[in-house]
Design a binder for this molecule. Structure first.
Ligand code: HEC
Length: 139
């Protein structure tokens, strides 16, 4: 009996190893290469305008963008100092852009919808968010 039971007890460990393996398959998201800078032609002012136009403030409080001070999503005045984007992706400019372009693609359970941003818009917003809130009293 014990011999039959033992492999069953190993199954959770095997499943965990498989899951870890699956994470490693996503490695490009986390690799040093993914930490590359934005294209260099970003326009943070356009990013700020896009944040207003895309209705981000319906869910987020964003320094420098007037809105209803919503707390549906986290306030975005601290992006430059966070370790992770949405608690999942190491906080690099490229990962921030990935998140902005397709949140449900990164995390199917997230409450943040796809807001239809193209890469250039997402890069401009990321450029703005990486500097928003500095020196505005956020801890
Ligand atoms: C319907 C509400 C909603 C809208 C609209 C929305 N978001 Fe979000 N957003 C969220 C929620 C909820 C989270 C937290 C998601 C999670 O952790 O899974 C989030 C997370 C984020 C994050 C990661 C924050 C962090 O602390 O890591 C960023 C950046 C972000 N949103 C930017 C934007 C931008 C820019 C827009 C507009 C283009 C936008 N969001 C529109 C709800 C929204």
């Amino acid at each position: 009996m014990r011999r039959i039971a033992r492999p069953n007890r190993l199954l959770p460990a095997l499943a965990a190893m498989l899951l870890l393996g699956a994470c490693q398959d996503d490695a490009p998201l986390f690799s040093a290469g993914a930490a590359g800078a934005l294209s260099g032609r970003t326009d943070p002012d356009r990013g700020r305008r896009l944040i207003a136009e895309h209705g981000c403030t319906a869910c987020h409080t964003v320094p420098g963008v007037p809105g209803p001070a919503s707390r549906v999503g986290p306030p975005l005045g601290n992006m430059a100092r966070q370790a992770y984007v949405a608690g999942l992706l190491p906080n690099t400019p490229d990962n921030l852009v990935r998140w902005l372009m397709d949140p449900p693609g990164i995390n199917p359970k997230t409450a943040m919808p796809d807001t239809g941003l193209q890469r250039s818009g997402a890069e401009d917003i990321a450029a703005y968010l990486m500097h928003a809130g500095r020196g505005e009293g956020t801890p």
